[in-house]
Write a protein that binds this ligand. Structure first.
Ligand SMILES: *Cc1c(COP(=O)(O)O)cnc(C)c1O
Length: 380
């Protein structure tokens, strides 16, 4: 049996968790949390990084910091995880869904401007599979219309656009360290704050609306309730698990990229024969092998493919039911313009097993399974 995902484990996680416990500081903002924040600030050249309890919560913090209010509109793709919508819907915003590009499955930057109204406050982009959206165009549109940009970079940790880390380009960036992501802490995430003016308020919102972070730095002599907020800081034990992984980030990234290329090269003859489509990575994007997917002809073929692989003990999955066709999405949002690609392309996409510890042999088995489905013999 070949799993779809196995959480990454590189070796030092147990020892670091033990150290967190030995330090008698297992709540939030202990030594490992600080080390994770600093590691990301250095490696991704981020102004400020705050570890959070999830990417969902980082998105909620971004919506709070952006002061999204009842009746505001937020532009986002419908092809995304529910959290991208939830965060803004919780503030009372209307979601305006824009179609995706079929090549990257990212929001189509050329359709954004027409969706802007006088109620639009923000654009939330999703870097699907760790492949960047067309950020130069998106930032230019946002600046011209005075809109904030939130990057849902849940899948984009350690991926880059024209040399800049995903999550550091918009006003806010949101990472996920869920067990299905490239680097993990079980449940967890981070908020990247790219404007100096938001840093202090971000610390306050994350600490239940108090200025406790300032208090711990000795900048004030007692802390108090100064704003609305919630509890968005993870336990230092979880941060300890993550820190072990960040120390081995290159190793994890290299292994995932090797798996990605094994799939890509192994399946190329099927693409050349016109039987499947493969992922596309635009010029200037350095991806992180978060995902390997193929596209079948249509929904019916994909359904048969997933069932065929499952019979062979291979767990491959589909992705996402577009938000605008889900019951909540219909209530909270509307699709702007024509749904040319969102539904059609989402129905064709199949994600293949992809994780740090998968073996070359297992990848070979998956490739062979796909050849068998299409009635072809794998080469090599
Ligand atoms: C995984 C994911 C999330 C949610 O991450 P959590 O850390 O589980 O909250 C949000 N958006 C996208 C695009 C994701 O892939």
């Amino acid at each position: 049996m070949i799993n779809f995902n196995v959480p990454p484990f590189v070796g030092n996680e147990m020892e670091y968790i033990r150290q967190a416990i030995a330090a008698e500081k297992i709540c939030g903002d202990g030594g490992f949390t600080r080390r994770c924040n600093e590691w990301m600030e250095q490696h991704f050249k981020a102004r400020k990084v705050l570890l959070t309890t999830s990417c969902t919560h980082a998105l909620e913090m971004a919506a709070l910091l952006a002061d999204i209010k009842e009746g505001d509109e937020v532009i986002l793709p419908s092809y995304t995880f529910v959290s991208t919508g939830d965060a803004f819907a919780l503030r009372g915003a209307k979601l305006v869904f824009v179609d995706i590009r079929p090549d990257t499955m990212n929001i189509d930057e050329k359709l954004i401007e027409a969706a802007i109204t006088d109620r639009t406050r923000a654009i939330a982009v999703v870097h699907y599979a760790g492949v960047a959206c067309e950020m130069d165009t998106i930032m230019e549109i946002a600046r011209r219309h005075h809109l904030l940009v939130v990057e849902d970079a849940a899948q984009g940790v350690n991926a880059f656009y024209k040399g800049r880390a995903l999550g550091t380009i918009g006003d806010f960036g949101c990472y996920s360290f869920h067990e299905t992501k490239n680097y993990s802490m079980g449940e967890g995430g981070a908020l990247l704050i790219n404007r100096e003016q938001d840093v202090e308020r971000a610390e306050i919102i994350r600490e239940k609306g108090t200025n406790r972070s300032k208090f711990f730095r000795g900048q004030i002599d007692k802390y108090t309730w100064v704003d609305i907020g919630s509890s968005y800081l993870p336990s230092d034990m979880n941060a300890a698990y993550l820190y072990a992984q960040l120390e081995h980030a290159d190793e994890i990234n290299d292994r995932r990229l090797a798996v990605w290329h094994q799939y890509d090269e192994g399946l190329r003859p099927l693409r050349d024969a016109g039987l499947i489509e493969q992922p596309f990575v635009p010029e200037g994007c350095v991806h992180n092998a978060h995902m390997y997917y193929i596209k079948a002809k249509d929904l019916e073929e994909r359904t048969r493919l997933l069932a065929f692989l499952k019979q062979r003990g291979i767990l491959s999955v589909f992705h996402y039911i577009p938000l605008h066709s889900a019951p909540a999405g219909q209530k909270i949002g509307r699709f702007f313009g024509e749904d040319r690609y969102t539904t059609k392309e989402s129905e064709r996409l199949a994600r293949l097993p992809m994780y740090y510890s998968i073996t070359d042999e297992d990848v070979r088995t998956v490739i062979d399974g796909i050849y068998a489905f299409y009635g072809r013999k794998a080469e090599g």
